[in-house]
Design a protein around this ligand. Sequence first.
Ligand SMILES: O=C(O)CCC(=O)C(=O)O
Ligand SMILES: [Fe+2]
Length: 530
Amino acid sequence: ELFTAISEMEPLLETHKRIIDDLDDYVDKEEKRLMTLKKHLILYKREHEKALEDIPNYLGNPINAFTLIKRLTTDLDHIEHSIKIGTDYIKNVTINYDDVKYPSEEDLSGAAQALTRLQETYHLDVKDLSEGILNGVIYSTPMTVSDCYELGRSLYNDKDYSNALTWMMETLRKYKEENEPYPFDEVDILEYISFSHYMLGDVRKAIEWTKTLLKLAPNHPRARGNIPHYMKEIEEEDTKLKRRRRGDTGEVTKEKDPEVVEELSEYQKDRINYEALCRGDMRLPSYFTKDLHCRYLTENHPFLILARVKMEIIYLNPDVVVFHDVLSDDEIEYIKTLAKPRFKRAVVHDPRTGELVPANYRISKSAWLRDEESDVVSRISQRVADITGLSMDTAEELQVVNYGIGGHYEPHFDFARQENAFKKFSGNRIATVLFYMSEVAQGGATVFTRLGLSVFPIKGAALFWMNLHPSGEGDISTRHAACPVLRGSKWVSNKWIHQGGQELLKPCDLEYQDEAYMRKIPRPIPKTSR
Ligand SMILES: O=C(O)CCC(=O)C(=O)O
Ligand SMILES: [Fe+2]
């Protein structure tokens, strides 16, 4: 898949350029050929009109007689030849090359889902989006009618009927404004609209739109066939409703399981927080933020006395810290270059099978880098050890990540909740160091859904937090996510530190963590006006 990482999309621009050059050449040749044909045609028409004015006189002129015959013999051969060259040329034109990269249907569907994810998370207006407007600013060329149609179609095929409907309505709006030929027409758009309504359970709307369709195409076989089918469904629904009102449904109504409802609303709450945090629509109360501060980190390692690290405490209990300027631009470029050729689509643990599988809720590409393969990688590991005061003996390799269009990682814990999930490692993931290797033009924040904390990437900085309580139990308040990238390309790398080897070392500010149990986590305040 190319859509899962921006860096993988670069070769597509080369493909695009090649198609542009060849099409340019083709159109040029065709235009010249057609110009010649057109010139002949104009001449013929003019001559013919002249001839019709006075036929005997016209044909009586020997020159006219000759040119007419010529036109119908040799000229005709030339013209036929010219048309034939055209068709041969058309036949031989190829814009499908074997040696370049192409996106697949899966990429199209991934990119379509990414667009709707951005639309939903960042509350984007569909009309603005299709006109290429983001937050009131023009940021790309408007989408064409056919772009909107393909997007709607792809969403429909992915069974996302609600978004398919939104985009088909937008397609219809644009279609009516423009007057150009497309490989689809209004009837096709209307069919998607009515079907989407039907799939969403709104049969009445489905009928309404099918009737609009039938006005344009009275003999449309599917539409005609659907009307009685829809009518029957409405009738059945009405009788069911009447029976239910009379109380003679014969259905056994099950008691709702209160726990299931509870679980769902917890998830929904998390979801609402997640999206609001991604938009930067939450803030922490001032009684809490007043204790946050910046300082130089000089403890943990003698090296730090010489090269002090700028430390910004952005959350207390559990402590979330940003270390500034810990990676240089050169190191970042080096790491990116090393990782790129090894990129694979990020996978997650399937709790049912225990296998690693790609998932829609984690869209990115990543690669793992070992300390032994480069001085830069081992130097970074050493830096993590110096800064955190933790042992790297049992840490994972450096994971380099690039997010694609709308790339994200939905709320999760970095620690494992199953005993055997990290069997290769010594213990659970005690701490995370998340290096930001790029800024992100818009979106792409790291957010902590239970803390109400949004962190927007700063190139060269690292985010650090402990995933486990001192007891070794997972700290559920560390639930976090990577927000969808709205504009730009997001690069990060993860260094996950494990429990093994930390026994004798004192993790950073552990006293604070002990105190944490006593303190209540403040609830973030939603920003009322944006
Ligand atoms: O990219 C981010 O901001 C967070 C990534 C993350 O949480 C992870 O990879 O586990
Ligand atoms: Fe994470």
